[in-house]
Design a protein around this ligand. Structure first.
Ligand code: PMP
Length: 365
């Protein structure tokens, strides 16, 4: 077995112990004589799996009883449309554009009403997060939408908008379960699972109960397509149709891992903080590599950097790949490199990466 350090932004590494648990269960899940991939979603085994997964999310993240949890196909991108379709009751919402995904969310929102760009960090190529306390929010906004960690630009919100009476909606795709989250600050949290939680193929939304049963202004609730309707899907416990069974099962294993092997999100955050701090400290200690993000807004999950030239960036990625550090190429919008260091990236990978970076620097400076 030759496992590499996979720095992909998503789909991403999963903990080896989680993969091994899935492997052990693969051919015969708990005496069922079949794998989770083969069983009916209406079976007693799957019923237990989905209930355990939801209970695990509730315990690990601390989701209060007045929030519902839904498992959906269509990825986080489908949530960009489901949010306005279900929640834009006043016909307008405020969007904070801090990168590519929040821009896409706003564009999707504009199909259902007014997606007002309340703030943007485009002026400095998304290298910072606007001061959320200095923004003039529209008092008539149905919600305020943020992307809490910007996967491509390597930034994150330190503080989130809090406006009386206006629910906060957050795309947490690339930071969910990386640190404790106060769910009560949000009306809706959603995320694609393929970075920090499970294999690709599912998004999870956590919604405050009082926001359900509504629809975008001008669209009657019963005209929302069934598979886009939070209220219907959650009302059927995410089993209106065949759900993404394997992803739900893997999410459950990940919750067990976070709870019992890591010891919860405080402990996970400490590990993640140490990893990120070490890598940023190295980046700040020399002049060959450069991280463009304002220090206060640096992401704990996605660390971007460049070398002195695009040619050296290319050489760096090629040599890194050969040395077992794969998928370090930055997103095409940013160039350079990006190390996505989600929960499953072992701390030793950071030491090894820094050692490799230092060798490359000495050879090419
Ligand atoms: N939001 C964020 C923050 C992301 O990083 C991504 C995926 N890279 C998406 C949304 C889109 O997710 P999906 O591919 O699941 O639609």
């Amino acid at each position: 077995m030759n496992r590499v350090y996979n720095f992909s932004a998503g789909p991403s590494m999963l903990p080896v112990s989680v993969l091994q648990k899935a492997q052990a269960d693969l051919l015969d899940y708990h005496g069922s004589g079949m794998s989770v991939m083969e069983m009916s979603h209406r079976s007693k085994w799957f019923d237990e799996i989905i209930q355990n997964t939801e209970a695990g999310i509730r315990r690990v993240l601390g989701v209060p009883d007045n929030y519902k949890i839904g498992f959906f196909q269509g990825g986080a991108t489908q949530q960009f449309a489901m949010v306005p379709l279900n929640l834009m009751t006043t016909g307008t919402a405020d969007y904070l554009v801090t990168g590519n995904f929040s821009k896409k969310a706003a564009e999707e929102g504009a199909k259902f009403g007014t997606a007002r760009i309340a703030a943007s960090s485009k002026d400095r190529n998304f290298t910072y997060i606007p001061d959320v306390k200095a923004i003039d929010y529209d008092p008539n906004a149905s919600y305020i939408h943020i992307c809490q960690n910007n996967t491509i630009f390597g930034t994150r919100f330190r503080e989130v908008p809090q406006v009386d009476g206006i629910p906060l909606v957050a795309d947490m795709s690339s930071m969910i379960f990386s640190e404790p989250t106060d769910v009560t600050k949000y009306g809706c949290i959603y995320f694609g699972v393929q970075k920090n939680v499970a294999p690709a193929g599912m998004a999870i939304a956590i919604l405050r109960e009082d926001l359900l049963g509504k629809s975008a202004k001008g669209i009657p609730a019963d005209k929302i397509p069934t598979m886009m309707n939070y209220t219907t899907l959650i009302g059927k416990d995410s089993m209106y149709n065949t759900p993404p069974c394997w992803c739900i099962y893997m999410t459950g294993l990940m919750m067990e891992y976070l709870e019992h092997e890591i010891g919860g999100l405080e402990a996970m955050a400490q590990i993640n903080r140490d990893k990120a701090d070490k890598l940023y400290a190295y980046l700040d200690s020399q002049n060959f590599y450069h991280n463009p993000v304002e220090p206060d807004y640096r992401s704990m999950m996605n660390v971007t950097f460049t070398s002195p030239t695009p040619e050296l960036d290319k050489a760096f990625c090629a040599e890194a790949d050969k040395a077992g550090f794969v998928n370090l190429k930055g997103h095409r919008l940013v160039g350079g490199m990006r190390a996505s260091i989600y929960n499953a990236m072992p701390p030793k990978a950071i030491d090894d990466l820094i050692e490799f970076m230092e060798k490359f620097r000495k050879a090419n400076a």
